[in-house]
Design a protein. Structure first.
Length: 316
């Protein structure tokens, strides 16, 4: 199956890979991005580009009149620290912007909406690891609250407007085009600093864990989530999928792996823990395997290589 899809945030790290994946499967792709974080050079040449803010009347009108089969929503404020310092800004982009798009999608007859949520933050500090989709939702940052609120808005408006909605709860995504200036991109931060001969800053004792999934695996999951038959049932978590590897890796292990791929021994600098940061995180992907037919294909060290190559060739 293919059709016409609008990818918001398609000039960004994850969104540009998703746009490429749709094109590869024969979709007609339009990218909407305000270029506040993304770069026009990331947008695939075969995609049409519209520059607009997701909160704007223009973005709503594009969806209302563009005859899209699907909306893939990845434009967002993604920095936990920004959400802590400016929670109203975070909510304005991540909640109000989403609702504006969902309103346009409903008016335009969009059949399915794919929403980028976050498994790393909506569950808070979970009791069960790897964490399933049905775990309690206890976000500890305004960013996590905005992502969870987005899932609730998706659920409510899809019922009112008649489209299907899917929430993709990501672990920590990494790969080429990841911004080393973003706190969400610790892998690219470490690669960038090691290539520049700088020490790696470790917050806390470095034993906090994350689940790292390669961006091309994430892009493939998005295409599958756009086409697969969704499970029946009215439970909140029914149309939500963890996209991850279920493997925990702590910050010290991450630094060591990056050093091995680059052939350099990293120097570590320790700093105080950051407010709102989780200690452990890894996601159960059994549901994505069963329903989407998806499983990650890239091992962590294999994914580091194209990230390093991208930095060496293209990162500014």
């Amino acid at each position: 199956m293919s059709g016409r899809v609008l990818v918001t945030g398609g000039a960004g790290f994850i969104g540009s890979h998703i746009a490429e994946a749709y094109l590869k499967e024969g979709w007609d792709v339009v990218v909407l991005d305000d270029l506040s974080r993304g770069h026009e050079r990331n947008i695939p040449k075969a995609a049409r580009f519209v520059r607009a803010d997701i909160r704007s009347p223009e973005a709503r009108e594009l969806l209302a009149t563009g005859r899209f089969d699907a909306l893939n929503h990845h434009a967002a404020q993604i920095d936990v620290r920004v959400s802590v310092d400016q929670p109203a800004l975070d909510a304005g982009i991540n909640v109000v912007g989403l609702v504006n798009l969902l309103d346009g999608a409903g008016a335009g007859g969009v059949k399915r909406v794919i929403f980028a949520s976050s498994g790393g933050v909506v569950y808070g500090d979970p009791d069960v690891i790897p964490t399933p989709e049905t775990a309690p939702k206890l976000p500890v940052s305004p960013y996590g609250v905005s992502k969870l609120a987005g899932e609730y808005y998706l659920r409510a408006i899809r019922a009112l407007r008649g489209f299907e909605g899917v929430a993709m709860r990501y672990a920590n995504v990494f790969g080429p085009r990841q911004d080393p200036k973003s706190e969400a991109g610790v892998v690219s931060i470490f690669v960038s600093r090691l290539l520049e001969g700088q020490p790696l800053v470790v917050f806390g004792d470095g034993r906090q864990t994350r689940d790292y999934v390669f961006v091309r695996d994430v892009a493939r999951a998005n295409v599958l989530a756009t086409t697969v038959k969704l499970p029946d049932g009215g439970e909140f978590d029914a149309p939500a999928f963890n996209i991850a590897t279920s493997i925990e890796r702590n910050v010290l292990e991450l630094a060591e792996s990056v050093g091995q791929v680059l052939g350099r021994k990293p120097e570590l600098e320790f700093a105080p823990p950051r407010a709102g940061e989780l200690f452990r995180s890894a996601l159960d992907i059994g549901k994505a395997k069963r329903v989407l037919g998806w499983t990650p294909e890239w091992k962590f060290e294999d994914g580091l290589k194209p990230l390093v190559e991208w930095f060496q060739k293209e990162a500014r």
